[in-house]
Design a protein around this ligand. Sequence first.
Ligand SMILES: [Zn+2]
Ligand SMILES: [Zn+2]
Length: 439
Amino acid sequence: MEAISKLRDVCDYAIANIKVVDPENERIFPGCVGVEGGKIAFVEEGLPEFGDKTVYDGGGLHLSPGFVDIHVHLREPGYEHKETIHTGTVAAASGGFTSVACMPNTSPAIDNKSVVDFILRKAKLSGFAKVYPVAAATVGREGERLTEIGRLVSAGAVAVSDDGAPVSTAQMVRRVLEYASRFDIPLIEHCEDPSTSAGGVMNEGFYSTKLGLPSVPAFSEELCLARDLIVLNAVKSKLHVAHVSTRGAVNRIREAKENGLPVTAETAPHYISLEEKDLETYDTNFRVNPPLRSAEDREAIIEGLKDGTLDCIASDHAPHAQEEKQVEFEYAPPGMIGLETTFSVVLTHLVEPRHLALPQALALITYKAAQALGIPGGTLRKGDAADLVLFDPTVTWIVSSDGFYSKSRNSPYIGRKLSGRVLHTILDGTPVVPSEAAL
Ligand SMILES: [Zn+2]
Ligand SMILES: [Zn+2]
Protein backbone atom coordinates (compact mmCIF):
# COMPACT_ATOMS: atom_id res chain seq x y z
CA MET A 1 0.00 0.00 0.00
CA GLU A 2 2.88 2.37 0.60
CA ALA A 3 3.93 2.40 -3.02
CA ILE A 4 0.38 3.28 -4.03
CA SER A 5 0.06 6.24 -1.69
CA LYS A 6 3.41 7.48 -2.95
CA LEU A 7 2.06 7.44 -6.48
CA ARG A 8 -0.91 9.48 -5.39
CA ASP A 9 1.26 12.15 -3.83
CA VAL A 10 3.57 12.78 -6.71
CA CYS A 11 1.24 13.69 -9.54
CA ASP A 12 -1.28 16.33 -10.60
CA TYR A 13 -3.08 13.83 -12.78
CA ALA A 14 -2.60 10.43 -14.29
CA ILE A 15 -3.63 8.73 -17.50
CA ALA A 16 -4.56 5.11 -16.94
CA ASN A 17 -5.87 2.25 -19.05
CA ILE A 18 -3.24 2.76 -21.74
CA LYS A 19 -0.66 0.69 -23.55
CA VAL A 20 2.61 2.45 -22.84
CA VAL A 21 5.08 2.37 -25.74
CA ASP A 22 8.58 3.09 -24.47
CA PRO A 23 10.86 3.26 -27.53
CA GLU A 24 14.03 3.84 -25.51
CA ASN A 25 13.58 0.60 -23.58
CA GLU A 26 11.93 -1.20 -26.52
CA ARG A 27 8.84 -2.09 -24.48
CA ILE A 28 5.05 -2.03 -24.71
CA PHE A 29 3.04 -2.70 -21.56
CA PRO A 30 -0.41 -1.96 -20.06
CA GLY A 31 0.06 0.80 -17.52
CA CYS A 32 -0.35 4.43 -16.53
CA VAL A 33 1.55 7.70 -16.63
CA GLY A 34 1.52 10.36 -13.92
CA VAL A 35 2.12 14.03 -14.70
CA GLU A 36 3.21 16.68 -12.22
CA GLY A 37 4.10 20.27 -12.98
CA GLY A 38 4.19 19.51 -16.71
CA LYS A 39 6.73 16.73 -16.20
CA ILE A 40 6.54 12.95 -16.11
CA ALA A 41 6.15 11.92 -12.46
CA PHE A 42 6.08 8.19 -13.12
CA VAL A 43 5.41 5.52 -15.69
CA GLU A 44 4.08 2.36 -14.09
CA GLU A 45 2.79 -1.01 -15.14
CA GLY A 46 -0.76 -2.04 -14.22
CA LEU A 47 -3.51 0.11 -12.80
CA PRO A 48 -2.70 1.46 -9.33
CA GLU A 49 -5.21 3.05 -6.97
CA PHE A 50 -5.10 6.85 -7.11
CA GLY A 51 -7.57 7.89 -4.39
CA ASP A 52 -9.01 11.32 -5.17
CA LYS A 53 -6.47 12.27 -7.84
CA THR A 54 -7.73 13.08 -11.32
CA VAL A 55 -7.29 9.99 -13.43
CA TYR A 56 -8.08 10.18 -17.14
CA ASP A 57 -9.23 7.01 -18.84
CA GLY A 58 -6.95 6.41 -21.80
CA GLY A 59 -9.58 4.08 -23.27
CA GLY A 60 -7.02 1.42 -24.14
CA LEU A 61 -5.12 3.77 -26.52
CA HIS A 62 -1.37 3.55 -27.00
CA LEU A 63 0.73 6.26 -25.31
CA SER A 64 4.19 7.17 -26.52
CA PRO A 65 6.62 10.03 -25.97
CA GLY A 66 5.65 12.96 -28.21
CA PHE A 67 7.23 12.64 -31.65
CA VAL A 68 10.31 14.63 -32.67
CA ASP A 69 10.73 15.89 -36.25
CA ILE A 70 14.18 17.28 -36.93
CA HIS A 71 13.52 18.50 -40.49
CA VAL A 72 10.56 20.83 -41.04
CA HIS A 73 10.08 23.91 -43.23
CA LEU A 74 7.84 26.29 -41.29
CA ARG A 75 8.23 28.94 -44.06
CA GLU A 76 8.00 31.94 -41.73
CA PRO A 77 9.42 34.55 -42.10
CA GLY A 78 8.88 35.25 -45.76
CA TYR A 79 6.53 32.61 -47.16
CA GLU A 80 3.50 32.93 -44.92
CA HIS A 81 1.19 32.05 -47.82
CA LYS A 82 2.60 28.49 -47.61
CA GLU A 83 2.79 28.03 -43.83
CA THR A 84 3.30 30.03 -40.67
CA ILE A 85 4.95 29.09 -37.40
CA HIS A 86 1.44 28.89 -35.96
CA THR A 87 -0.16 26.70 -38.65
CA GLY A 88 2.97 24.57 -38.93
CA THR A 89 3.12 23.85 -35.21
CA VAL A 90 -0.63 23.11 -35.08
CA ALA A 91 -0.03 20.63 -37.94
CA ALA A 92 2.89 19.21 -35.94
CA ALA A 93 0.73 18.70 -32.86
CA SER A 94 -2.03 17.20 -34.97
CA GLY A 95 0.48 14.66 -36.28
CA GLY A 96 1.72 13.83 -32.76
CA PHE A 97 4.92 15.92 -32.92
CA THR A 98 5.79 17.87 -29.80
CA SER A 99 9.22 19.04 -31.00
CA VAL A 100 10.25 20.20 -34.46
CA ALA A 101 13.44 21.66 -35.88
CA CYS A 102 12.85 24.28 -38.57
CA MET A 103 15.11 24.77 -41.55
CA PRO A 104 16.75 28.07 -42.49
CA ASN A 105 15.58 28.63 -46.08
CA THR A 106 13.15 31.35 -45.04
CA SER A 107 13.25 34.94 -46.27
CA PRO A 108 15.30 36.37 -44.73
CA ALA A 109 17.23 33.17 -44.07
CA ILE A 110 17.82 32.16 -40.44
CA ASP A 111 21.33 33.61 -40.63
CA ASN A 112 21.27 36.12 -37.78
CA LYS A 113 20.21 36.32 -34.16
CA SER A 114 17.11 38.44 -34.75
CA VAL A 115 15.50 35.80 -37.00
CA VAL A 116 16.19 33.10 -34.38
CA ASP A 117 14.66 35.36 -31.71
CA PHE A 118 11.63 36.02 -33.92
CA ILE A 119 10.98 32.29 -34.53
CA LEU A 120 11.34 31.35 -30.88
CA ARG A 121 9.05 34.19 -29.81
CA LYS A 122 6.36 33.24 -32.34
CA ALA A 123 6.60 29.55 -31.44
CA LYS A 124 6.19 30.34 -27.77
CA LEU A 125 3.16 32.52 -28.45
CA SER A 126 1.49 29.73 -30.42
CA GLY A 127 2.35 27.10 -27.85
CA PHE A 128 1.56 24.03 -29.94
CA ALA A 129 5.04 22.51 -30.22
CA LYS A 130 8.63 23.15 -29.21
CA VAL A 131 10.54 24.70 -32.07
CA TYR A 132 14.31 24.34 -32.50
CA PRO A 133 15.72 26.65 -35.19
CA VAL A 134 18.40 25.35 -37.54
CA ALA A 135 20.53 28.31 -38.61
CA ALA A 136 22.03 28.85 -42.04
CA ALA A 137 25.64 27.71 -42.36
CA THR A 138 26.46 30.57 -44.71
CA VAL A 139 25.06 34.11 -44.93
CA GLY A 140 21.87 34.08 -47.01
CA ARG A 141 22.63 30.38 -47.69
CA GLU A 142 24.77 31.74 -50.51
CA GLY A 143 27.79 29.62 -49.75
CA GLU A 144 30.29 32.47 -49.51
CA ARG A 145 30.60 33.70 -45.94
CA LEU A 146 30.17 31.76 -42.71
CA THR A 147 27.36 32.85 -40.41
CA GLU A 148 28.21 33.84 -36.84
CA ILE A 149 27.55 30.36 -35.49
CA GLY A 150 28.44 31.26 -31.89
CA ARG A 151 25.87 34.05 -31.71
CA LEU A 152 23.25 31.89 -33.45
CA VAL A 153 23.83 29.06 -30.97
CA SER A 154 23.56 31.36 -27.97
CA ALA A 155 20.28 32.66 -29.42
CA GLY A 156 18.92 29.08 -29.57
CA ALA A 157 19.97 27.54 -32.90
CA VAL A 158 20.69 23.81 -32.54
CA ALA A 159 22.45 23.06 -35.86
CA VAL A 160 23.53 24.72 -39.08
CA SER A 161 22.51 23.87 -42.65
CA ASP A 162 22.12 25.46 -46.07
CA ASP A 163 19.20 23.07 -46.70
CA GLY A 164 17.46 23.51 -49.99
CA ALA A 165 20.99 23.26 -51.33
CA PRO A 166 24.26 21.66 -50.23
CA VAL A 167 27.07 23.69 -48.67
CA SER A 168 28.79 25.27 -51.67
CA THR A 169 32.31 23.83 -51.72
CA ALA A 170 34.53 21.31 -49.93
CA GLN A 171 36.47 24.20 -48.43
CA MET A 172 33.27 25.74 -47.08
CA VAL A 173 32.18 22.35 -45.66
CA ARG A 174 35.54 22.21 -43.88
CA ARG A 175 35.17 25.68 -42.42
CA VAL A 176 31.56 25.09 -41.31
CA LEU A 177 32.49 21.77 -39.66
CA GLU A 178 35.47 23.35 -37.89
CA TYR A 179 33.42 26.31 -36.65
CA ALA A 180 30.40 24.19 -35.65
CA SER A 181 32.59 21.74 -33.72
CA ARG A 182 33.46 24.50 -31.25
CA PHE A 183 29.80 24.54 -30.22
CA ASP A 184 29.30 20.79 -30.54
CA ILE A 185 26.46 21.17 -33.05
CA PRO A 186 26.01 19.26 -36.32
CA LEU A 187 26.09 20.46 -39.89
CA ILE A 188 22.90 19.13 -41.50
CA GLU A 189 23.79 18.53 -45.11
CA HIS A 190 21.41 18.41 -48.07
CA CYS A 191 23.45 16.09 -50.29
CA GLU A 192 23.22 16.90 -53.98
CA ASP A 193 25.91 17.61 -56.53
CA PRO A 194 24.56 20.60 -58.51
CA SER A 195 26.67 19.87 -61.59
CA THR A 196 24.81 16.57 -62.06
CA SER A 197 21.39 17.58 -60.71
CA ALA A 198 20.77 20.95 -62.40
CA GLY A 199 17.43 21.04 -64.18
CA GLY A 200 16.42 17.53 -63.05
CA VAL A 201 12.96 16.98 -61.61
CA MET A 202 12.83 13.21 -61.13
CA ASN A 203 15.10 10.20 -60.68
CA GLU A 204 17.14 9.17 -63.73
CA GLY A 205 16.18 5.79 -65.18
CA PHE A 206 13.51 3.89 -67.06
CA TYR A 207 10.67 6.06 -65.75
CA SER A 208 12.32 9.40 -66.56
CA THR A 209 12.76 8.17 -70.15
CA LYS A 210 9.18 6.93 -70.25
CA LEU A 211 7.74 10.15 -68.83
CA GLY A 212 10.09 12.41 -70.77
CA LEU A 213 11.07 14.46 -67.74
CA PRO A 214 14.54 15.90 -67.03
CA SER A 215 16.27 13.74 -64.45
CA VAL A 216 18.76 13.60 -61.58
CA PRO A 217 21.01 10.54 -61.29
CA ALA A 218 21.05 8.71 -57.95
CA PHE A 219 24.82 9.23 -57.81
CA SER A 220 24.32 13.01 -57.46
CA GLU A 221 23.44 12.47 -53.79
CA GLU A 222 26.34 10.08 -53.28
CA LEU A 223 28.88 12.44 -54.90
CA CYS A 224 28.10 15.23 -52.46
CA LEU A 225 28.01 12.81 -49.53
CA ALA A 226 31.41 11.36 -50.50
CA ARG A 227 32.89 14.86 -50.57
CA ASP A 228 31.47 15.62 -47.12
CA LEU A 229 32.64 12.32 -45.62
CA ILE A 230 36.19 12.90 -46.89
CA VAL A 231 36.21 16.34 -45.26
CA LEU A 232 34.60 14.91 -42.11
CA ASN A 233 37.34 12.33 -41.83
CA ALA A 234 39.87 15.17 -41.66
CA VAL A 235 37.90 17.50 -39.38
CA LYS A 236 36.06 15.05 -37.04
CA SER A 237 33.10 17.31 -36.33
CA LYS A 238 29.42 16.27 -36.39
CA LEU A 239 27.74 15.68 -39.75
CA HIS A 240 24.06 14.85 -40.08
CA VAL A 241 22.88 13.76 -43.53
CA ALA A 242 19.38 14.95 -44.41
CA HIS A 243 16.75 13.01 -46.40
CA VAL A 244 18.85 10.03 -47.56
CA SER A 245 17.18 8.58 -50.66
CA THR A 246 19.61 6.22 -52.42
CA ARG A 247 21.18 2.81 -51.94
CA GLY A 248 24.61 4.30 -52.65
CA ALA A 249 24.24 6.88 -49.88
CA VAL A 250 23.08 4.23 -47.39
CA ASN A 251 26.15 2.13 -48.21
CA ARG A 252 28.52 5.08 -47.78
CA ILE A 253 27.01 6.03 -44.43
CA ARG A 254 27.21 2.41 -43.25
CA GLU A 255 30.88 2.30 -44.18
CA ALA A 256 31.58 5.69 -42.55
CA LYS A 257 29.95 4.54 -39.31
CA GLU A 258 31.99 1.33 -39.39
CA ASN A 259 35.08 3.54 -39.67
CA GLY A 260 33.99 5.49 -36.60
CA LEU A 261 33.14 8.79 -38.29
CA PRO A 262 30.76 11.06 -36.31
CA VAL A 263 27.95 10.88 -38.86
CA THR A 264 24.20 10.50 -38.35
CA ALA A 265 21.48 10.34 -40.98
CA GLU A 266 17.78 10.65 -41.55
CA THR A 267 15.47 9.53 -44.30
CA ALA A 268 11.98 10.85 -45.03
CA PRO A 269 8.64 9.00 -44.96
CA HIS A 270 8.25 9.27 -48.75
CA TYR A 271 11.45 7.32 -49.41
CA ILE A 272 10.08 4.30 -47.51
CA SER A 273 6.60 4.47 -49.03
CA LEU A 274 6.75 5.90 -52.57
CA GLU A 275 8.80 5.31 -55.71
CA GLU A 276 9.59 6.98 -59.03
CA LYS A 277 6.83 5.00 -60.75
CA ASP A 278 4.28 6.99 -58.69
CA LEU A 279 5.12 9.94 -60.96
CA GLU A 280 3.25 8.31 -63.84
CA THR A 281 0.23 10.46 -62.99
CA TYR A 282 2.36 13.62 -63.35
CA ASP A 283 0.83 14.71 -60.03
CA THR A 284 3.05 17.60 -58.89
CA ASN A 285 2.54 16.60 -55.24
CA PHE A 286 5.04 13.81 -55.98
CA ARG A 287 7.77 16.24 -56.98
CA VAL A 288 10.30 16.39 -54.17
CA ASN A 289 14.04 16.91 -53.80
CA PRO A 290 15.81 14.49 -53.65
CA PRO A 291 13.34 12.85 -56.04
CA LEU A 292 11.45 9.63 -55.39
CA ARG A 293 13.80 6.81 -56.33
CA SER A 294 13.71 3.22 -57.56
CA ALA A 295 12.25 0.16 -55.83
CA GLU A 296 15.83 -0.99 -55.07
CA ASP A 297 16.62 2.33 -53.40
CA ARG A 298 13.47 2.09 -51.29
CA GLU A 299 14.46 -1.41 -50.15
CA ALA A 300 17.95 -0.19 -49.24
CA ILE A 301 16.50 2.70 -47.21
CA ILE A 302 14.31 0.29 -45.21
CA GLU A 303 17.31 -1.99 -44.70
CA GLY A 304 19.31 1.03 -43.50
CA LEU A 305 16.63 1.83 -40.94
CA LYS A 306 16.55 -1.77 -39.75
CA ASP A 307 20.30 -2.08 -39.22
CA GLY A 308 20.75 1.39 -37.70
CA THR A 309 22.70 2.91 -40.60
CA LEU A 310 19.93 5.50 -40.78
CA ASP A 311 19.28 6.93 -37.33
CA CYS A 312 15.86 8.44 -37.75
CA ILE A 313 12.98 9.59 -39.93
CA ALA A 314 12.17 13.28 -40.44
CA SER A 315 9.26 14.56 -42.52
CA ASP A 316 11.03 17.26 -44.59
CA HIS A 317 7.60 18.93 -44.34
CA ALA A 318 7.76 21.40 -47.23
CA PRO A 319 4.48 23.26 -47.76
CA HIS A 320 3.64 24.96 -51.05
CA ALA A 321 0.47 26.86 -51.97
CA GLN A 322 -1.98 25.16 -54.31
CA GLU A 323 -1.45 27.65 -57.14
CA GLU A 324 2.31 27.02 -57.01
CA LYS A 325 1.78 23.28 -57.49
CA GLN A 326 -0.97 23.64 -60.14
CA VAL A 327 1.48 23.97 -63.01
CA GLU A 328 3.28 21.52 -65.28
CA PHE A 329 5.44 19.01 -63.44
CA GLU A 330 8.76 20.65 -64.39
CA TYR A 331 7.65 24.04 -63.08
CA ALA A 332 6.20 22.93 -59.75
CA PRO A 333 8.40 23.65 -56.72
CA PRO A 334 9.77 20.48 -55.08
CA GLY A 335 8.43 19.46 -51.68
CA MET A 336 5.57 17.75 -49.88
CA ILE A 337 3.87 18.28 -46.54
CA GLY A 338 4.44 15.48 -44.05
CA LEU A 339 3.81 16.44 -40.43
CA GLU A 340 0.29 15.01 -40.38
CA THR A 341 1.04 11.74 -42.20
CA THR A 342 4.54 10.74 -41.03
CA PHE A 343 3.38 8.67 -38.06
CA SER A 344 0.81 6.80 -40.16
CA VAL A 345 3.32 6.19 -42.96
CA VAL A 346 5.77 4.74 -40.42
CA LEU A 347 3.04 2.46 -39.10
CA THR A 348 1.77 1.45 -42.54
CA HIS A 349 5.14 0.93 -44.22
CA LEU A 350 7.46 -0.21 -41.42
CA VAL A 351 5.36 -1.79 -38.68
CA GLU A 352 2.55 -3.50 -40.63
CA PRO A 353 4.93 -5.25 -43.07
CA ARG A 354 6.92 -6.29 -39.95
CA HIS A 355 10.13 -4.55 -40.94
CA LEU A 356 10.25 -3.17 -37.38
CA ALA A 357 8.27 -3.72 -34.18
CA LEU A 358 6.27 -0.72 -32.94
CA PRO A 359 8.75 0.51 -30.26
CA GLN A 360 11.69 0.28 -32.68
CA ALA A 361 9.73 2.10 -35.39
CA LEU A 362 8.67 4.85 -33.00
CA ALA A 363 12.28 5.18 -31.84
CA LEU A 364 12.96 6.64 -35.30
CA ILE A 365 10.58 9.54 -34.67
CA THR A 366 11.25 9.95 -30.94
CA TYR A 367 14.50 9.61 -28.99
CA LYS A 368 16.74 8.63 -31.89
CA ALA A 369 15.69 11.72 -33.82
CA ALA A 370 16.28 13.91 -30.76
CA GLN A 371 19.69 12.33 -30.19
CA ALA A 372 20.79 12.92 -33.78
CA LEU A 373 20.23 16.62 -33.27
CA GLY A 374 21.29 16.77 -29.61
CA ILE A 375 17.93 18.11 -28.42
CA PRO A 376 15.77 16.83 -25.55
CA GLY A 377 12.61 14.80 -26.11
CA GLY A 378 11.42 11.41 -27.19
CA THR A 379 11.86 9.56 -23.88
CA LEU A 380 9.59 8.61 -20.97
CA ARG A 381 11.99 9.11 -18.10
CA LYS A 382 10.86 10.50 -14.77
CA GLY A 383 11.40 14.28 -14.81
CA ASP A 384 11.19 14.58 -18.61
CA ALA A 385 8.77 17.14 -20.01
CA ALA A 386 5.34 15.48 -20.21
CA ASP A 387 5.29 15.62 -24.04
CA LEU A 388 3.05 12.68 -24.88
CA VAL A 389 0.94 11.33 -27.68
CA LEU A 390 -2.06 9.00 -27.53
CA PHE A 391 -2.86 7.06 -30.66
CA ASP A 392 -4.83 4.15 -32.03
CA PRO A 393 -2.70 1.94 -34.30
CA THR A 394 -5.70 -0.07 -35.53
CA VAL A 395 -7.68 2.76 -37.14
CA THR A 396 -7.33 3.16 -40.89
CA TRP A 397 -8.14 6.42 -42.66
CA ILE A 398 -8.17 7.86 -46.15
CA VAL A 399 -6.00 10.97 -46.40
CA SER A 400 -8.12 13.87 -47.63
CA SER A 401 -7.08 17.33 -48.76
CA ASP A 402 -9.49 19.04 -46.38
CA GLY A 403 -8.25 17.10 -43.35
CA PHE A 404 -5.01 19.05 -42.80
CA TYR A 405 -4.21 21.69 -40.21
CA SER A 406 -1.25 22.74 -42.36
CA LYS A 407 -1.91 25.81 -44.48
CA SER A 408 -0.87 23.81 -47.56
CA ARG A 409 -2.32 20.68 -49.16
CA ASN A 410 0.61 19.31 -51.18
CA SER A 411 0.48 15.76 -49.86
CA PRO A 412 1.19 12.78 -52.14
CA TYR A 413 -0.91 10.61 -49.82
CA ILE A 414 -4.24 12.30 -50.60
CA GLY A 415 -6.69 9.53 -51.49
CA ARG A 416 -4.48 6.80 -50.01
CA LYS A 417 -5.34 4.60 -47.05
CA LEU A 418 -3.02 4.77 -44.06
CA SER A 419 -3.08 3.06 -40.67
CA GLY A 420 -2.90 4.67 -37.23
CA ARG A 421 -4.33 7.92 -35.98
CA VAL A 422 -3.08 10.37 -33.40
CA LEU A 423 -5.95 11.24 -31.08
CA HIS A 424 -4.38 13.43 -28.40
CA THR A 425 -1.11 15.33 -28.17
CA ILE A 426 0.06 16.61 -24.81
CA LEU A 427 2.73 19.30 -24.49
CA ASP A 428 4.31 19.94 -21.08
CA GLY A 429 1.33 18.17 -19.52
CA THR A 430 -1.31 20.19 -21.41
CA PRO A 431 -3.48 18.74 -24.21
CA VAL A 432 -2.93 20.76 -27.38
CA VAL A 433 -4.48 19.05 -30.39
CA PRO A 434 -6.72 18.08 -32.04
CA SER A 435 -9.49 19.24 -29.71
CA GLU A 436 -7.81 22.51 -28.76
CA ALA A 437 -6.69 23.51 -32.26
CA ALA A 438 -7.45 27.18 -32.69
CA LEU A 439 -6.96 28.46 -36.19
ZN1 LIG B 1 16.96 19.38 -48.47
ZN1 LIG C 1 14.36 20.27 -46.37
